[in-house]
Design a protein around this ligand. Structure first.
Ligand code: FE2
Length: 239
């Protein structure tokens, strides 16, 4: 694991079986991002990935919660804790963490606040395994990295990230539209990801994949053995 990653033992244990060379699992990982407190949509994405895609391991790419939609915050956190899936911090999670830490008024039972704050404080900025980085937006440790999108409609930021990081693949969220950036022979391209068509992740190239929001019915499957990524949509109208 990357030395910059906080030591969250359960993350490593949960992550390892789904990645290549670490056990009998074929290495299919369900990717969920930007749930924004939409409990039903997140559960539906997880169920779809389990039942239709044979996925048992998941990673959540942040913005589990939403600073403007706090009515089901406790329910959402209880589900995430029960699922015990690896997660990274999103800008909305960080905002709620700061509100709790500063004692800002929130419609939550006082008894629940310390547990939720502790949960949010323990979220890592990124999870790195071998040459794959899972993060909310930019793959760095700064607060700014939570807020600035990789995808601004151009390849400028993706080009900078490829230049400044060593990763073969970065999986992220934050922007809610699925998109893939490809680094091939010094050229960066921005590509639409077609739904339910596996994209081959050539070991000779590098990639940044923006998964899309589960809040909008988007999720994906990374197959580390087959070296593919597949965009999965809850609703066929998304594709
Ligand atoms: Fe975000």
């Amino acid at each position: 694991m990357d030395s910059s990653e906080p030591a969250f033992g359960y993350h490593e244990k949960k992550l390892t079986p789904g990645l290549p060379g670490k056990g009998p699992s074929p290495g299919r990982i369900g990717l969920i991002a930007d749930s924004h407190g939409n409990h039903a949509a997140m559960q539906a994405c997880i169920q779809l990935l389990q039942e239709n895609c044979g996925v048992q391991d998941f990673i959540h790419l942040g913005d589990l919660l939403d600073s403007l939609q706090r009515s089901h915050l406790d329910e959402m956190i209880q589900t995430l804790i029960r699922l015990n899936l690896p997660m990274v911090r999103g800008n909305n999670d960080f905002h709620i963490q700061n509100m709790l830490a500063s004692g800002a008024p929130m419609q939550l039972p006082d008894n629940d606040k310390p547990g939720i704050l502790s949960f949010l404080e323990r979220l890592p900025m990124k999870i790195v395994y071998q040459d794959i980085c899972f993060t909310h937006s930019l793959p760095f440790d700064s607060i700014r990295s939570l807020y600035e999108p990789v995808d601004n409609g151009t390849t400028i930021r993706a080009r900078q990230i490829f230049k400044e990081t060593p990763y073969h693949l970065i999986c992220c969220g934050h922007s809610h539209t699925p998109v893939l950036f490809r680094f091939r022979a010094g050229v960066v391209t921005r590509e639409r990801i077609r739904a339910e068509e596996a994209v081959f992740l050539d070991p000779g190239e590098r990639y940044i994949i923006v998964v899309g929001a589960s809040d909008n019915g988007e999720c994906g499957v990374l197959d580390c053995s087959q070296k593919t990524y597949e965009r999965i949509c809850l609703n066929s109208s998304n594709s």
